[in-house]
Structures are given as C-alpha cells and as structure tokens.
Design a protein around this ligand. Sequence first.
Ligand code: FES
Length: 151
Amino acid sequence: MIDEAKSPEPSRRKFLNWLLGTSVGGLLLATGFPVSRYLIPPEAAESAATTVRLPFGPEEVPPNTAKIFKFGSKAGILVRTPAGELRAFEATCTHLNCTVQYREDIGHIWCACHNGHFDLNGINISGPPPRPLEQFVVNELADQIVVSKGT
Ligand code: FES
C-alpha cells in the first residue's frame, strides 16, 4: 500500500492547480482590461479654447460637405448640411476618442473606428458612441467663420 503523505502526487497536484489557477487569472486580466476599456470610454480632458476663427471661408464649404478644423488642442468638424446650414461639433468620437468625419453618401457624421454614426445635430444614432458630439456655435461674418463653445 502507498503512503499518501509521502507520495509525490499531492505536490504535483498542487503545482498543477497553481499553474492552472494563475493561467486562468492571467487570461482574465489580459482579456478583461481591453474589454473594460472598450465598454467604459475614458474621460476626455477639456480644451482651453472657447472661440476660434477658422482658416477657411464659408464659400469653401459647399452643401453636403465638411471640414476638420483645430479647436484648441482638439479637432472640430464644420458641416454644411444639404440645406446649406453650417453646424460645428467637436470632432472627437464620444466612444474612444477617434476623429469623426462626414460621409456625404449617407449624410451622417461617422466614426470609422467602430462604425459609430451621428446625425447632423451631433446625436449618436448608431454604433457604440454613448453620447452626442458637443455642438459649437457657428457665426458667419462676411468671409469668415467663427466657432465658439456655448452660447
Ligand atoms: S471610437 Fe468607437 S465608434 Fe468612434
């Protein structure tokens, strides 16, 4: 009969249990962090700029097009709707901070990173973005466009 207390089996079993436990723990950490970053978007820092004069004029933005501009340390997007109205938004996607673009073919602001869609009011209408885009105030002054935060 084999003496179980002196058998090498328990330490081998302990080692295998430890190895399996740490492997599963490592796997959970390695997959859990990226998944949590995907599901819980990071907070974006505030830009210091409150008003910018755009480096292009209103005539350079025909209907159903858009241009990206610099708004402080961030990007903004100026859209001229098919009806001819100018609207500006922060161009940072509210999901994981990719820069959005305007899709003339569907008339949406679109984020290529994870196929997020925003309507022409900046409202998130499809895909993973959790919040609307921040909308800016647009003032057309003769041949200039001035964009500001708030009212
Ligand atoms: S960053 Fe994910 S949809 Fe824009």
